[in-house]
Design a protein around this ligand. Structure first.
Ligand code: SF4
Length: 176
């Protein structure tokens, strides 16, 4: 048996997951809070060394706290990456460049660490995957990806929200 045939080197055993830092309990959200995800799978994945943690916005130099930001005019992360929409603070400040840089940092880290999956928190203009806000700062949600989720997805990384942990578990379990 070659070393690569060893069970320790199966895709399932080595599957790694890029995870939003706020889900891991880091106080990196715009308002200085965290959103720790209390799920037994997360603790298990951490023990297995599967998790690669990043806050895309902080990686691009944005501070904590920072003004809330949304993608303008009902746009999506893909629109931002294509130059069709900006990410704006509530007072109008343009933070598009930082959000794109954060997404690029996330993709680079994911690729460096062989992450085939990402587990990201929903609603964020960076990390949202099930929904984001519509740019009106009125609390209205819409389906769509944030900038980081969109870039990771475009690169072939499977993106899951924090409400889809069981689906991610099943996906990993189905690996050879
Ligand atoms: Fe959490 Fe992502 Fe926002 Fe950072 S950019 S605070 S990881 S949702």
């Amino acid at each position: 048996m070659s070393i690569c045939d060893s069970p320790a080197f199966t895709a399932r055993a080595t599957a790694r997951i890029l995870v939003s830092a706020c889900l891991m309990g880091h106080a990196v959200r715009y308002d200085g809070s965290s959103k720790p995800l209390l799920h037994p799978a997360l603790a298990r994945w951490r023990e297995e060394g599967r998790l690669v943690t990043l806050c895309p916005e902080m990686s691009a130099g944005l501070p904590v706290p920072r003004p809330p930001a949304e993608i303008e005019n009902g746009g999506s992360g893909a629109d931002v990456l294509a130059g069709r929409a900006r990410v704006l603070e509530k007072a109008g400040g343009d933070v598009t460049a930082a959000f794109v840089a954060g997404a690029q940092n996330a993709l680079q880290l994911a690729e460096e660490n062989g992450c085939a999956f990402a587990l990201l928190i929903d609603g964020s203009p960076s990390c949202g995957s099930g929904f984001i806000y519509d740019g009106s700062f009125s609390g209205r949600k819409q389906a769509g990806y944030g900038v980081t989720a969109a870039l990771l997805s475009q690169a072939g990384i499977d993106v899951f929200s924090q409400t889809e942990v069981e689906r991610l578990e099943a996906r990993i379990a189905a690996l050879p």
